[in-house]
Every structure is written in structure tokens, then in C-alpha cells.
Design a protein around this ligand. Structure first.
Ligand code: NDP
Length: 331
């Protein structure tokens, strides 16, 4: 039988296991013009929370009673399409199913020899590209500038900081544990780190770590952490607004300081973005990230959870910061 995971109900606040339903179906047979895939790795990502709500967004919501989808690395078991052969490894936006038959549209072949397969869900996948394009296109880092990144120990943030170092920035990371801060400095060569969970006065902590002010703030989390960083933004500062995980589970709109005076007074550019805005440039981004990886200028961490049944829990754990780097499930 084929295991599948469906959206059982729309989460209220932080998702729970009851929001998902485990089901079984016959393993599908290959049909004309299609490929049969076996799921190997499943990406769990904070943005999936948005798709679980019945709200208008840049992607349609998941339907109740239907499989949840995310980026997946799969192996082609059988193919009726010329473009794919048995034994190929592919990535694509696929259902949370152990096996599935798909048309092949939107599937990309990946090279299992060039990198670990799971890397195509992280540093050589959506999160690496998010870091690369958000920072280079909106942050536009220059040598000697100060870059602050929140969610710094996560999949996007850890890559943002390292790219900042490649561009010659002073890099300060904000994350939720002392172990994560230690790793930012030892493994990823950040210049400084701040644990937002144990720091009472975040505005002062950012000011202390960035005595020349903040030129670029790569915002992954929103909320009070971002209020504190923006209080330290420099003239002509740039703020790529990548995510706002601190509010994804809010049941009412959270209020903070009004930002307009800060933005006007300092001529700040604050721009939200979705990585797919840069879709036409993805090959260029993958090429650059691969080159930096091969040159040893970039590295990455992953939290690999084992077992198809663990996908919902791994997703929920993102909101408790249980991941270090990219969270993936090995099926
Ligand atoms: P991460 O790997 O960073 O995992 C999520 C992390 O967020 C956790 O490890 C946790 O780390 C932190 N976190 C959880 N709750 C809070 C909170 N209340 N306040 C502050 N931090 C919190 O995820 P990604 O790197 O995949 O994504 C990072 C952000 O980027 C998300 O907001 C995501 O939605 C966004 N994103 C946007 C994209 C785009 O196209 N714009 C594409 C990909 C991601 P800690 O221990 O430090 O709290």
C-alpha cells in the first residue's frame, strides 16, 4: 500500500498532528505519458503554513482532504516519457505520498554525483536561491557594510550570512539558542550572533553588535526581532523582507511600532519578495551556489528526520526552532 498524508483541517494557531490525516491507497500503476516516482526526501518549509489557511496568497491554499505538497526529491521507478528514465533522480513540487504517478511537468533532473540529494531541497534548491536572490538583488551587499540576518541558523539565513561574508560584509546573525549562535560563528564564520530568546534588550544588543549601524537587514522572522533591528537601520539601508515566521501562527493581527518615520528619515528600501520572482534567473543562481560550494566558500547544515510518518511533526517543529539548517525528512 501507498502511504499518503492529507490536510485534515485548517490549523488554528500553531499546527498540531490532528491537522493532518494519514491514509493509504493502492500504489498507482504507471499510465501513458507519465512517470512513476518513489519519494526519497521531503522538504518541510514554514511557507506551507500559509497554504494550510484558506486565504488569498501567491499560491492557492491546500484543499481539505487532499494531499499536502512540498518540494520533494524522488527516484524515477518507471517512465513512459522520453525525457525521464528509470533511475533518474528528480525534484519537484509533489504530494506527500510514498509513490506517485505524475506527468513530469515541473520535474527537474538532479545530479546525485554533484551533491547529496537532500541538498537540492536546501542550498541548491528553493532556500539557497531565496538567500542568493534576496540578498544580491534587494540587499545589494557592498564590502565593509554591516548585514544583520534573522532566522540566521535556518536554511535561508545560514546561506544569507555566508554570502554576505563572500561580499566582504560584517555579518551578525540572530537565532534562538546559544548552540545555534556558536555554530553561526564557528562553522559559518559570522562575526557576531544574538540569541533573541535570552536577550532582554534586543535594540541595544543590535546596537552593540553593529556600532556602525545596520546597512542591510535580511528579515526572515518579522515581529519584535525586526523592530529591534530596524531601530538601528542606517541611511540608505536595504531590507529584503523574506519571511515573517513569528506571525505565521497568529490568530489576530499583531501590532508594532509604525515604521514609516524610520523608513522615510533614513531613505530605507524595504522590499518583500517571493523567490519565484527570480525564476528566470534560477540557472544562474544554481550555478553560482554550486561554484561557491565546490570552492568551499559555502557550507550547510541539515536536520534530517527519518521516516515518512514524521513529515507533519518535522513541519510543526520548525515553529519551535528544532531544526538546525534545512529541515528535511528522509523517507
Ligand atoms: P528555517 O530553516 O529558518 O526554519 C524556521 C526557523 O525559524 C526555526 O528554526 C526557528 O529558529 C525560527 N523561528 C520559529 N519561530 C520563530 C519566531 N516566533 N520568531 C523568530 N524565529 C522563529 O526556515 P527557512 O529558512 O526555510 O525560512 C526562513 C524564512 O524565510 C521563513 O519566514 C520562510 O517563510 C521564509 N521564506 C521565504 C521565501 C520567499 O520566497 N520569500 C522562500 C523560503 C523561505 P530559532 O531557533 O532561531 O527560533
Amino acid at each position: 500500500m501507498n502511504k499518503i498524508i492529507l490536510l485534515n483541517r485548517r490549523p488554528e494557531g500553531k499546527p498540531t498532528l490532528d491537522d493532518f490525516k494519514f491514509a493509504e491507497e493502492e500504489i498507482p500503476a504507471l499510465s501513458e505519458g507519465n512517470v512513476l516516482l518513489k519519494t526519497l526526501y521531503v522538504s518541510v518549509d514554514p511557507y506551507l503554513r500559509g497554504r494550510m489557511a484558506d486565504a488569498k496568497s501567491y499560491v492557492p491554499p491546500f484543499e481539505l482532504g487532499k494531499p499536502v505538497q512540498s518540494a520533494v526529491v524522488a527516484e524515477v521507478l518507471e517512465s513512459n516519457r522520453d525525457s525521464f528514465s528509470k533511475g533518474d533522480f528528480v525534484t519537484g513540487l509533489l504530494d506527500w505520498k510514498e509513490y506517485q504517478v505524475v506527468e513530469g511537468k515541473g520535474l527537474n533532473k538532479v545530479d546525485a554525483h554533484a551533491a547529496d540529494l537532500s541538498a537540492y531541497l536546501g542550498i541548491l534548491g528553493m532556500t539557497g536561491l531565496t538567500a542568493y536572490f534576496g540578498l544580491t538583488e534587494i540587499g545589494r551587499p557592498k564590502e565593509g557594510e554591516t548585514l544583520v540576518v534573522s532566522g540566521a541558523a535556518g536554511a535561508v539565513g545560514s546561506v544569507v550570512g555566508q554570502i554576505g561574508k563572500i561580499f566582504g560584509c560584517k555579518v551578525i546573525g540572530i537565532a534562538g539558542s546559544d548552540e545555534k549562535i556558536e555554530q553561526l560563528q564557528s562553522k559559518f564564520k559570522f562575526d557576531a550572533g544574538i540569541n533573541y530568546k535570552t536577550t532582554k534588550d534586543m535594540t541595544k544588543a543590535v546596537a552593540d553588535a553593529a556600532p556602525d549601524g545596520v546597512d542591510i537587514y535580511f528579515d526572515n522572522v518579522g515581529g519584535e526581532v525586526s523592530d529591534a533591528v530596524l531601530a538601528n537601520i542606517n541611511n540608505l539601508g536595504r531590507v529584503p523582507v523574506c519571511g515573517a515566521i513569528s506571525s505565521y501562527n497568529d490568530t489576530e493581527v499583531s501590532l508594532g511600532p509604525r515604521l514609516q518615520p524610520i523608513i522615510v528619515k533614513n531613505s530605507v528600501l524595504m522590499q518583500g519578495f517571493i523567490v519565484s520572482n527570480y525564476g528566470a534567473k534560477f540557472p544562474e543562481g544554481i550555478k553560482q551556489l554550486t561554484k561557491w560550494l565546490q570552492e568551499g566558500k559555502l557550507t550547510y547544515t541539515e536536520t534530517v528526520v527519518n521516516g515518512f510518518d514524521q513529515i507533519p511533526q518535522a513541519f510543526i517543529d520548525l515553529f519551535d526552532g528544532k531544526n538546525n539548517g534545512k529541515m528535511v525528512v528522509k523517507v
